[in-house]
Design a protein around this ligand. Structure first.
Ligand code: ASP
Length: 308
């Protein structure tokens, strides 16, 4: 069976490394981690890992999750500070703890305990962007709620601004045994309320994998994917007989029908149990990447657009 890796477009920097893991006989989990780690380390990606855009207070908070489709094992971290390797930490949660999701101070503690390298995540570029829309950084008793509504609201109203100010990386791998794994990592929305978790660390919302039916992962406005359990829905639709394409279309139709004052794009990548892949978006012109272990390089392909 051929190995396959499918990723959001910003996964380009890691997809070759992920395929190399599969070529060497590594597992889908190892491939997903190898691919995402390179995106987390990429200073030019302001939506993931080091250089990610910070919350309202100027603190970079990372969310990540990993799911192993063999046994529905999963681990996730949220609002992690001071460490870049969010996906590696999610794996630690899955493999070392009797828990699924660890957030905030607990995630920071775990990162230190497993000796992940401490990193100051706020790059000069990201700090400049963060400051650019704040007259003055909020202090002790400032009304954060109003500020978040204004800043996060402007991201959903201005698609150009939004393109640069949020994002996430998705990786799905299927190894030579036919096992599936799915990973997601993000710094979330710029200027988010401190402690806000999006869909990325919420299993079923931004990430789901089940060897028996397939896998799906999301980028975009996490609150919409959270409300609809979008990743789990795509997999469940396939479970109940929809094709990969039908399942993606149904999930995007549901997103389009959702009433949301801060509506913004949501994008999904998915594979079915046989390793067919596809991707969809609420917005036109979006792409994703894929690479098989028999291919010389990745291909960037169009996502299906499902309109309102
Ligand atoms: N889904 C991410 C979140 O809501 C952000 C994004 O992909 O744009 O945190």
């Amino acid at each position: 069976m051929n190995g396959l890796v499918v990723a959001s477009t910003n996964g380009q920097v890691g997809i070759r490394a992920a395929i190399e893991v599969l070529r060497q006989g590594g597992s889908a989990i190892d491939a997903v981690i190898a691919g995402i780690e390179l995106v987390e380390a990429n200073p030019d990606d302001h939506s993931v890992g080091y250089g990610g855009l910070p919350n309202l207070l100027g603190e970079v908070e990372l969310d990540a999750s990993i799911m192993d489709g063999r046994k529905l094992a999963t681990g996730a971290v949220g609002a992690l500070q001071g460490h870049q390797d969010a996906i590696a930490l999610a794996r630690q949660v899955m493999e070392s703890l009797p828990h699924v999701l660890i957030v905030g101070e607990g995630a920071n503690r775990l990162a230190a305990e497993v000796e992940l390298r401490p990193v100051d995540l706020l790059s000069a570029d990201a700090e400049r962007t963060w400051r650019s829309r704040l007259d003055s950084p909020p202090a002790g008793h400032d009304p954060y709620i109003a500020k978040v509504r204004e800043l996060v609201g402007s991201l959903s109203r201005d698609p150009e601004l939004a393109d640069d100010h949020h994002g996430t990386v998705n990786f799905i791998a299927r190894d030579r045994h036919g096992d599936i794994a799915c990973g997601v990592s993000t710094s979330g929305w710029a200027w988010k309320y401190p402690g806000r978790l999006g869909d990325s660390p919420i299993i079923g919302a931004g990430n789901y994998a089940d060897n028996r039916w397939g896998a799906a992962a999301c980028t975009g406005r996490g609150e919409m994917a959270q409300r609809l359990c979008t990743a789990h829905s795509v997999v469940t639709f396939m479970r109940f007989g929809l094709s990969l394409d039908q399942a993606l279309r149904k999930a995007v139709e549901d997103l389009q029908a959702l009433d949301d004052e801060y509506r913004s794009e949501v994008n999904i990548i998915a594979i079915d149990k046989d390793g067919a892949h596809a991707a969809a978006s609420t917005d036109p012109g979006k792409t994703y990447v894929y690479m098989g272990d028999d291919m010389d390089d990745f291909i960037e392909a169009d996502r299906v657009h499902v309109g309102p």
